[in-house]
Design a protein around this ligand. Sequence first.
Ligand code: 5AD
Ligand code: SF4
Length: 468
Amino acid sequence: MTEQTADLTAPDAAPAVADNSRKVFIKTYGCQMNVYDSTRMSDALARDGYVQTEEMDEADLVLLNTCHIREKAAEKVYSELGRLRDMKKARNGDGREFMIGVTGCVAQAEGAEILRRAPAVDVVIGPQTYHRLPEALQRARGGDRVVDTDYALEDKFEHLPKTDKALIRARGVTAFLTVQEGCDKFCTFCVVPYTRGSEVSRPVSQIIDEAMRLVDGGVREVTLLGQNVNAWRADGPDGREWTLGDLLYRLADIPGLERLRYTTSHPRDMDDRLIAAHADLRKLMPYLHLPIQSGSDRILKAMNRRHTADDYLRLIERIRAARPDIAMSGDFITGFPGETDADFEATMEVVKAVHYAAAFSFKYSSRPGTPGADLPDHVPEKVKAERLERLQALLIEQQKAFNESCVGREVSLLLEKPGRYGGQLIGRSPWLQSVIVDAKDERIGDIIPVRITGTGPNSLYADILRGV
Ligand code: 5AD
Ligand code: SF4
């Protein structure tokens, strides 16, 4: 199982890089969907002769792939654009092209406003029009400043070039695969339904084709992505409408695709077929990110989550009955408008009942244009922060307890990338933990049994079991 790394070093597998090729630097903010989109933009630009660089200084094109979920995210983009403006000025006259593009959710939400606030920006491209990025750059070369934030009628995935095999290999043994975009849930705090539009599911054949290409390029673990991934549905080849569970059963049949994950799910869309997949599919990893946001029924109603805390807890019971070793992760918001101390305590109670292995938690950030922004009784920043601190202390304690419960256990590890020190590799456990082992680089891509020996601040340590 070491052929991937062997190929990586083979001269004919390396992408052809001419020294005079144009270079693009892509800075990605926010969620995994943006990470995936950045790779696909890079693919589209590769066709135009661009090579991706990790050094902003040597770039001819800088793309900021932005996130709009919380206030600070957009502000960070504007301050980064300030720095880029200075860079553009400094580079002016060196004879080389230097273009700046803003993509992602801030691009979608702000559109032409970005051109007004940041005169150095050449193109602004929303998440649904990445296939038109090369064309927009061409127009920018002609002197236009381009804004393209339509919800394009054509399917961008149909139009984006398929990723080159050498690029897949260079990107590693785990990969994201977007199966669904957009959201129809309209939680009252969230901008996603406005920035990413309504739910669109990619067709089965497109997803299978992409998964097979990834596997052919050495990928062993695929994470299916969607803002509301478990709302994915499409016509199945058997004439029935498939839901995410059906898709997972089909993907699990692909030889060489060893591990599957999906994120992010909404509790309302965890149907029986999906829960059955957790019971039946060895390849489906025992880890589920299932946000609840608040443990108070009153706040859940105001958030338009359309479930109660009890619905959520009973759902987790059913999932755990199907897959007893499943680790849970979640998202939480403190200080949604109207949240009282009692509401917050209800959130703490849910956390205590679930025992999370990992979690993300945020202070509520009022987003203009969302219904939450217009609600009365906004919570003072200080209170939001105090609650967040208490919540995070509990979540960190649970994460530590989970990690410590792994010590002494035998687990399967996907060897993913070199560690900080020579002779070490970092692997991924079934529960998405980073695990450090002593192993040679050529074993990257192997899935091996290890015994967890200890825990560190950000990762676990393990010994490879003898004879492997
Ligand atoms: N304020 C704070 N957190 C938010 N999230 C989404 N919108 C907001 C907001 N306005 C959080 C939710 C969501 C995660 C991706 O970001 O917890 O699940
Ligand atoms: Fe936002 Fe709610 Fe949709 Fe998640 S389900 S993307 S939180 S609106």
